[in-house]
Design a protein. Structure first.
Length: 632
């Protein structure tokens, strides 16, 4: 097979980097069909009668011609659709396939190589595990990083991840046993490949810093993809390493490696775990920053974090390498660990300032407050504000502008806050009109009693507030009339969604959604504002804004909500309802309740960044003109 690489015209070897024999120069000696038939027979015979002799070379960075020929034969049968027709002795060619894991990134070969590895995991799982052990143990015992292990681990199916984690556990034990020999070593002090092969029954690391560094990188390669897949054993192993990071000089570098692989695998999940460790150990914080500061790793970390978490990362990096300590690159452009951290910190700030969200502006503001004299940060804050304003900008059509100018009551809504402000104004309009029909929100019961002086029957009207469900239905109906049907908001379609009474407590009483009406605005997300409604007799009136409405904001993925309390004056509440009236008595006045709820809303905004708008709807009770509430 190797002779096929020679050019028949010149005799010189073909330098093309491919194991697809059909593309070798020597294949041109036959017609396409002739070569296909002949090589098919040769490949079948070779795979059935030979093996890759992996025990003699795998893990020692040696080249084996028999293994290369076997890989080329498997690749040929796979590419010509004949591999499934042959009962391949997969166990005989495990080494040949995993040795070519680095080919996963080669065009026109990577997919086929990945398929071969997947089939190997299914057809010869035991032999695959043995080969992985041989590859990792021999390389680590030789003080080296296994050849193409990161590519190999990425191609293995999740069902084979337990093999990687088992090796990671073994390597973790070997790292804890290793003692670094600080005495000067001769050039031949490291074990030779042949001696490393003789000790492949377990991992015994050479006593050198180079061997430890290679072992730590190997440990990360073994764990990265199991962590991405959520393997419980992998998570337990790195968590254990993080918990013991300060126990000894041996456990510290393992803890740093654990933090690095955890962040690069799933930064969003890992950051809440890693962040407390940074404050516990400044040395760990510094070493982890430098370990993750390379461009590929650092970018993979910050791209998945929220705006708030990005600000936390910036402050971590700024504490590790303060901005005022940044130095210019040396003449040979060598990048030190600290300079790499500085570059990562600056990329984090750039990404945060370009997010174009309200939270990103708030996060940059916190960084500026920490370093008020830094002009670069102030410029980033200005840029963050511009980006947020640009993201919130919404151009109007000619017809919308005409409608807006023609009617002063029409509004433009771009954000959830602006939608909430429209709703608050509409509730104020409802309050102004409510006196004309407020009795609709009261229940009236006629009660007869005997007048002892006259002997005649008298009827009393007993009044009590309607239930919260009726109040919610009324508010929803009024919002529907005033917003949805009248088209007050010119640039969005408004939907009023009342909650069924049976869902009370599980969803907000009313959900108001506003969606762009112009076709070019369809990419803008729908904004929503939940409204929670309580009658003043409800026990939870003082706490529902904090407890109940905030829960609905999280469920509806919005930062803005309205808390509306219907206030029924006790003077007009003449029915005998001791429990609800007792609860209402605890609230002295609508003015005092407004102050309490507004202060609560202020605390919510300061603590969470979310905004709640409290409102009180006072519900009077009209007395029929010219008639008494008592009738004979």
């Amino acid at each position: 097979m190797h002779d096929l690489r020679a050019d028949p015209l010149t005799g010189r070897p073909d330098v093309s980097d491919t194991y697809d024999v059909r593309r070798h120069a020597g294949a041109s000696l036959w017609s396409e069909d002739e070569f296909d038939h002949a090589f098919h027979l040769a490949a079948r015979h070779y795979l059935l009668t030979e093996n890759d002799d992996r025990d003699t070379w795998l893990g020692a960075r040696l080249t084996n011609r028999k293994a290369e020929a076997g890989y080329a034969a498997l690749l040929f049968l796979r590419n010509t659709g004949r591999l499934d027709d042959l009962d391949v002795p997969w166990s005989a060619w495990v080494g040949a396939v995993i040795d070519k894991a680095h080919r996963l990134g080669v065009a026109k070969e990577g997919t086929a190589c990945r398929k071969l590895l997947s089939q190997m995991a299914v057809r010869a799982p035991t032999q695959l595990g043995d080969a992985l052990q041989q590859l990792v143990r021999r390389a680590c015992n030789d003080g080296q990083q296994p050849w193409a292990l990161s590519h190999l681990a990425s191609a293995l199916p999740p069902a084979a991840h337990h093999l990687l984690v088992t090796l990671a556990e073994e390597l973790h034990t070997a790292l804890s046993r290793q003692a670094i020999d600080t005495t000067p070593q001769s050039s031949d002090a490291s074990p030779s490949p042949s001696s490393a092969m003789d000790q492949a029954d377990r991992i015994t690391l050479p006593p050198t810093q180079q061997a430890r560094d290679a072992a730590l990188r190997t440990w990360q390669d073994l764990l990265r993809h199991p962590l991405i897949a959520g393997d419980a054993r992998a998570v337990q192993l790195v968590t254990q390493a993080l918990d013991t990071v300060q126990d000894s000089e041996t456990s510290h570098p393992v803890g740093v490696a654990a933090g690095g692989v955890l962040l690069s695998s799933d930064a969003a999940t890992a950051w809440p775990i890693i962040r407390p460790k940074l404050t516990e150990s400044p040395q760990f914080a510094q070493d982890l920053a430098q370990a993750c500061a390379n461009r590929i790793t650092s970018d993979s970390i910050i791209e998945t974090l929220s705006d708030t978490e990005l600000a936390q990362v910036y402050l971590w990096l700024a504490d590790t390498c303060p901005p005022d300590t940044e130095a210019d690159l040396t003449a040979d452009f060598y990048v030190t660990g600290d300079q790499a951290v500085h570059e990562w910190r600056k990329r984090t700030l750039t990404l945060l300032s370009r997010r174009g969200t309200t939270e990103s502006v708030r996060s940059v503001r916190k960084i500026v407050d920490r370093f008020p004299e830094d002009r670069t940060l102030r410029a980033a804050l200005i840029n963050a504000r511009r980006q947020a304003q640009a993201a919130a900008a919404m151009l109007l059509t000619h017809d919308q502008v005409t409608t807006l100018l023609a009617d002063p009551h029409r509004r433009v809504v771009r954000t959830a806050v602006e939608l909430a402000e429209v709703l608050i104004d509409t509730i104020a309009d409802i309050q102004r009109d409510l006196h004309t029909h407020s009795n609709l929100l009261w229940d009236c019961e006629r009660v007869s009693e005997l007048d002892e002086t006259t002997g005649k029957s008298k009827q009393h009207r007993l009044w009590r507030p309607k239930r919260e469900g009726a109040l919610s239905a009324y508010i929803a109906h009024e919002l529907l009339l005033r917003l949805q049907l009248r088209g007050i908001i010119v640039n969005r379609e408004v939907m009023i969604r009342p909650t069924d009474e049976g869902d009370s407590g599980e969803r907000p009483d009313i959900l108001v959604e506003a969606t762009a009406t112009s076709s070019w605005l369809e990419s803008i997300e729908t904004i929503s504002v939940p409204i929670e409604i309580k009658g003043n007799w409800h026990e939870a009136v003082p706490t529902a804004q904090q407890d109940q409405l905030m829960r609905y904001l999280a469920a509806k993925n919005t930062d803005v909500g309205i808390y509306l309390v219907g206030w029924y004056d006790l003077e007009h509440w003449t029915s005998d309802d001791p429990n609800p009236k007792r609860a209402a008595t605890r609230l002295n006045s609508p003015e005092q309740l407004t102050e309490i709820l507004e202060e609560q809303a202020k605390q919510i905004r300061e603590g969470t960044g979310k905004r709640t708008f409290p409102a009180i709807l006072t519900i009077p009770r009209a007395t029929p003109s010219g008639r008494s509430e008592l009738s004979g």
